[in-house]
Design a protein around this ligand. Sequence first.
Ligand code: SF4
Ligand code: SF4
Length: 82
Amino acid sequence: MFESGKPPAVEITDENKEICRKYCTICQNYKKHDLGRNEPKELFCGCGASSAQNMKEIGCFCPACPLFTKYHLRGGYYCVRR
Ligand code: SF4
Ligand code: SF4
Protein backbone atom coordinates (compact mmCIF):
# COMPACT_ATOMS: atom_id res chain seq x y z
CA MET A 1 0.00 0.00 0.00
CA PHE A 2 0.93 3.66 -0.14
CA GLU A 3 2.64 5.32 2.78
CA SER A 4 -0.11 7.90 3.17
CA GLY A 5 -2.81 5.28 2.71
CA LYS A 6 -3.88 6.61 -0.67
CA PRO A 7 -2.30 7.05 -4.12
CA PRO A 8 -0.34 10.26 -4.82
CA ALA A 9 -2.29 13.10 -6.47
CA VAL A 10 -1.53 13.82 -10.12
CA GLU A 11 1.02 16.63 -10.29
CA ILE A 12 0.01 19.54 -12.49
CA THR A 13 3.20 20.16 -14.43
CA ASP A 14 3.97 21.13 -18.03
CA GLU A 15 5.56 17.73 -18.51
CA ASN A 16 2.40 15.91 -17.40
CA LYS A 17 0.23 18.18 -19.54
CA GLU A 18 2.36 17.30 -22.53
CA ILE A 19 1.98 13.57 -21.85
CA CYS A 20 -1.76 14.02 -21.43
CA ARG A 21 -2.16 15.80 -24.75
CA LYS A 22 -0.84 12.71 -26.55
CA TYR A 23 -3.88 10.80 -25.33
CA CYS A 24 -6.74 13.12 -24.45
CA THR A 25 -6.60 15.31 -27.53
CA ILE A 26 -6.94 12.36 -29.91
CA CYS A 27 -9.78 10.55 -28.12
CA GLN A 28 -13.30 10.58 -29.52
CA ASN A 29 -14.73 12.29 -26.49
CA TYR A 30 -12.28 15.21 -26.75
CA LYS A 31 -12.92 15.71 -30.45
CA LYS A 32 -16.69 15.31 -30.34
CA HIS A 33 -17.09 17.80 -27.50
CA ASP A 34 -14.32 20.11 -28.71
CA LEU A 35 -12.73 20.12 -25.26
CA GLY A 36 -9.85 22.33 -26.36
CA ARG A 37 -12.33 25.23 -26.23
CA ASN A 38 -13.07 24.81 -22.53
CA GLU A 39 -11.03 24.94 -19.34
CA PRO A 40 -9.22 22.94 -18.23
CA LYS A 41 -7.97 21.90 -21.67
CA GLU A 42 -6.00 18.85 -20.52
CA LEU A 43 -4.79 16.83 -17.53
CA PHE A 44 -8.35 16.32 -16.32
CA CYS A 45 -7.21 13.64 -13.87
CA GLY A 46 -5.29 16.34 -11.98
CA CYS A 47 -7.12 19.55 -12.84
CA GLY A 48 -10.68 18.23 -12.68
CA ALA A 49 -13.44 17.80 -15.25
CA SER A 50 -13.91 19.98 -18.30
CA SER A 51 -16.33 22.88 -17.99
CA ALA A 52 -17.99 21.71 -21.22
CA GLN A 53 -21.65 20.81 -20.74
CA ASN A 54 -23.82 17.82 -21.65
CA MET A 55 -20.99 15.43 -22.41
CA LYS A 56 -21.37 11.74 -23.05
CA GLU A 57 -18.70 9.17 -22.27
CA ILE A 58 -17.23 7.85 -25.51
CA GLY A 59 -13.85 6.22 -26.08
CA CYS A 60 -11.59 7.28 -23.20
CA PHE A 61 -7.85 6.67 -23.81
CA CYS A 62 -6.76 7.24 -20.21
CA PRO A 63 -6.04 3.56 -19.43
CA ALA A 64 -3.31 3.67 -22.13
CA CYS A 65 -1.67 6.79 -20.65
CA PRO A 66 1.54 6.32 -18.62
CA LEU A 67 0.24 8.72 -15.98
CA PHE A 68 -2.79 6.49 -15.43
CA THR A 69 -0.39 3.75 -14.33
CA LYS A 70 2.07 6.04 -12.54
CA TYR A 71 -0.59 7.61 -10.32
CA HIS A 72 -2.61 4.40 -9.83
CA LEU A 73 -5.71 5.89 -11.42
CA ARG A 74 -8.94 4.03 -12.06
CA GLY A 75 -11.93 4.48 -14.27
CA GLY A 76 -11.01 7.19 -16.78
CA TYR A 77 -13.38 9.82 -18.23
CA TYR A 78 -11.88 12.45 -15.97
CA CYS A 79 -13.00 15.16 -18.38
CA VAL A 80 -16.63 14.17 -17.70
CA ARG A 81 -16.76 12.98 -14.11
CA ARG A 82 -16.59 15.64 -11.44
S1 SF4 B 1 -10.23 12.03 -19.87
FE1 SF4 B 1 -10.51 10.26 -21.21
S2 SF4 B 1 -12.44 10.70 -22.30
FE2 SF4 B 1 -11.70 12.61 -21.42
S3 SF4 B 1 -10.50 13.59 -23.03
FE3 SF4 B 1 -9.08 12.39 -21.76
S4 SF4 B 1 -8.91 10.40 -22.80
FE4 SF4 B 1 -10.73 11.43 -23.57
S1 SF4 C 1 -4.88 9.74 -17.32
FE1 SF4 C 1 -6.18 10.70 -18.90
S2 SF4 C 1 -6.60 12.78 -18.16
FE2 SF4 C 1 -4.86 11.95 -17.01
S3 SF4 C 1 -3.03 12.61 -18.11
FE3 SF4 C 1 -3.53 10.60 -18.89
S4 SF4 C 1 -4.81 10.93 -20.67
FE4 SF4 C 1 -4.80 12.84 -19.51
